[in-house]
Design a protein. Structure first.
Ligand code: ADP
Length: 260
């Protein structure tokens, strides 16, 4: 039992701690906001001149301005490819900061799940085909009318990121499987590959900004390490979550659950 004095001191201490915690939290939020604004600003400023340079390179690589010395075409094309990588990263940063700045609430639209998954499949099919992989899609029986309310463009990007990872990191000739199901409360989308799996030590960092595997054969594939980070932000902004099941040399499954 506290004496009134002790009680007052304890309450004061607790209030002070609470106040400090709140202050730290709002400072951190302020810092996050500033960072997001900064990224948006810099990306916007960089994007148009870089895109213009990229186009000029295209012209420079042709013979439109007269005959070119040997190797010239090769060098300009390589520069253009590096520029494409940079533009892709800038696109991803913009995407990420916009998700943070605005949130998805104002872009919510209702759509049927089946055609949405069909559209996702169409987008990944081309990559799967180019990589010599089989893409299997399974719609649930009687799931034809299931709907979802979402920021459809962002959600499509998030699922596409995960599905194109499945193709990118799959084993040669492997299969990619997209399965979904819905009940009254949620929609689950499962995207599986038959790739090398994700090492357990890397799982805690998988969704961090810029995380890429330490494994040389995975690092060798092009990427920014932002795809999953953005995908998780989008899914979280919808009140959903992403789970991962993975087994060495057997494959990886990402399970995206969204509330309806
Ligand atoms: P990126 O693919 O651009 O590197 P992501 O954020 O999409 O970035 O993925 C982060 C990392 O997670 C990848 O570099 C890779 O190491 C690992 N990863 C993602 N998906 C898979 C997968 N299906 N199989 C194995 N590793 C994966």
């Amino acid at each position: 039992p506290f004496s009134p004095d002790e009680l007052k001191r304890a309450v004061d201490r607790a209030l002070e701690r609470r106040f400090l915690a709140l202050e730290t939290k709002s400072l951190r939020e302020e810092k996050d906001r500033m960072e997001a604004n900064f990224i948006t600003m810099v990306s916007h400023q960089m994007r148009s001149p870089l895109a213009a340079v990229r186009q000029l390179m295209e012209v420079a690589a042709t013979e439109a301005l007269g005959p070119l010395p040997a190797d010239y075409h090769d060098i300009v094309s390589r520069a253009a490819r590096r520029m494409d990588e940079l533009l892709q990263s800038i696109g991803a940063w913009l995407n990420m900061s916009q998700i943070e700045a605005k949130g998805v609430a104002e872009r919510m639209e209702k759509a049927e799940v089946k055609p949405f998954i069909d559209l996702l499949t169409k987008r990944v099919e081309i990559e799967a085909m180019a990589a010599g992989q089989y893409l299997r899609v399974e719609h649930p029986e009687g799931g034809g009318a299931a709907t979802i309310e979402a920021d459809l463009a962002s959600l499509m990007d998030a699922l596409y990121n995960i599905a194109s990872n499945a193709v990118k990191y799959n084993r040669v000739g492997g299969e990619v499987r997209i399965v979904w199901r819905a009940d009254d409360y949620q929609v689950d989308v499962e995207i599986s590959d038959q790739g090398p799996g994700i090492p357990e030590v890397e799982l805690p960092y998988l969704f961090d900004d810029f995380f890429r595997s330490r494994k040389p054969e995975l690092r060798a594939k092009p990427g920014t390490g932002l795809g999953l980070a953005i995908a998780r932000r989008v899914v979280k902004a919808h009140g959903g979550e992403i789970a991962v099941r993975t087994k060495a040399d057997e494959g990886t499954t990402f399970i995206i659950s969204l509330p309806r």
